[in-house]
Design a protein around this ligand. Sequence first.
Ligand SMILES: Nc1ncnc2c1ncn2[C@@H]1O[C@H](COP(=O)(O)OP(=O)(O)OP(=O)(O)O)[C@@H](O)[C@H]1O
Length: 335
Amino acid sequence: MSVLIIQGKHCGFPKYSGEQNTVNNGEYMIKTENLTKEYNEKNAVDNLNLEVGDGEVFGFLGPNGAGKSTTILMLTGMIEPTSGICTIDGVNVALNPLKGKEILGYLPEDVGFYRNLTGYENLDYLGKFYPIEKNEREERIERLLKSVRLNGVTQKVGEYSRGMNQRLGLALALLNDPKVVILDEPTANLDPEGVLRYREIIKELEQEGKTVLICSHILSEVRAVCTTLGIISQGRLVAKGSVEEVEDELIRQSGTRQKIVIKSINPDLYTEVESIKNPDILEIERTKDGIEISVEKDIRPILAEKLKNHCSGITEMYLDRPGLEDLFLKVYRRE
Ligand SMILES: Nc1ncnc2c1ncn2[C@@H]1O[C@H](COP(=O)(O)OP(=O)(O)OP(=O)(O)O)[C@@H](O)[C@H]1O
């Protein structure tokens, strides 16, 4: 998806109807209700119900063609839903895209800028579309360019590397000091130093209480910065929760076993664990230096508590399960 923010060809905002267009969302900053987008009689997004709370850093994941970009285009008011609604901080963005733009900062996958202007000139020109005083705008531009390490760069954007272009895109997404930030593949073109700085910026946004939705295929990156994750597949939300909860769900969907491995010289360990009645324990196996417990979810704190008085011979206890990337591949390779 290649988008020029504000003036690009994809900015075909639906007209503001003047209807009542805010709803009470409780604490949700991003909310979709039965959000559907149909293309060629097929639902790219299919009755999607998504809720992202105030201050969450939410990772929005899914295999190719799952409907992520289509969802983001609806959240940013760039395309209209076929049915259902989406709100940002209670604002129905399809009915009031201009209000939505005040609340929202958006970094598209390929952000387009004016090639014959510098980074500063681009931000200054595009920043004039926001209701920000000149002095405030200039101060923010200086600060944001410094934040993305582009301060003092006098090159025209046409001479920027892809990474520099993406960093400028992040600065633009934050220019209106948005409550909600949507980032589409924000690290795709960044070098390792750029990725580190990006992570710091996300931490800063989190500390400022912003709500951030990050769409990325780089799962290790998502895992590093996101407090919650959601997985969309065939236009529907199939898992949502903390990273651990989503991993648990993928383990379930993939039929993978996760194990708690306990190393111990204590011969009574097997019997001790067998006596613990916990529905998340599926199977216990003896190994040459301890036991392996197949579990529904990570119950190490419970085991540690139950075993603390009995099994002084425990030398090691760890969870053995595939990471998010492996699980994702297992579940979605067939799609
Ligand atoms: N403008 C369009 N016209 C017709 N079909 C479309 C259009 N945009 C998207 N689609 C279809 O909708 C489905 C979802 O596409 P979308 O781009 O939202 O997926 P995605 O999750 O962002 O994928 P990727 O990870 O590859 O970017 C796909 O089947 C795609 O072919």
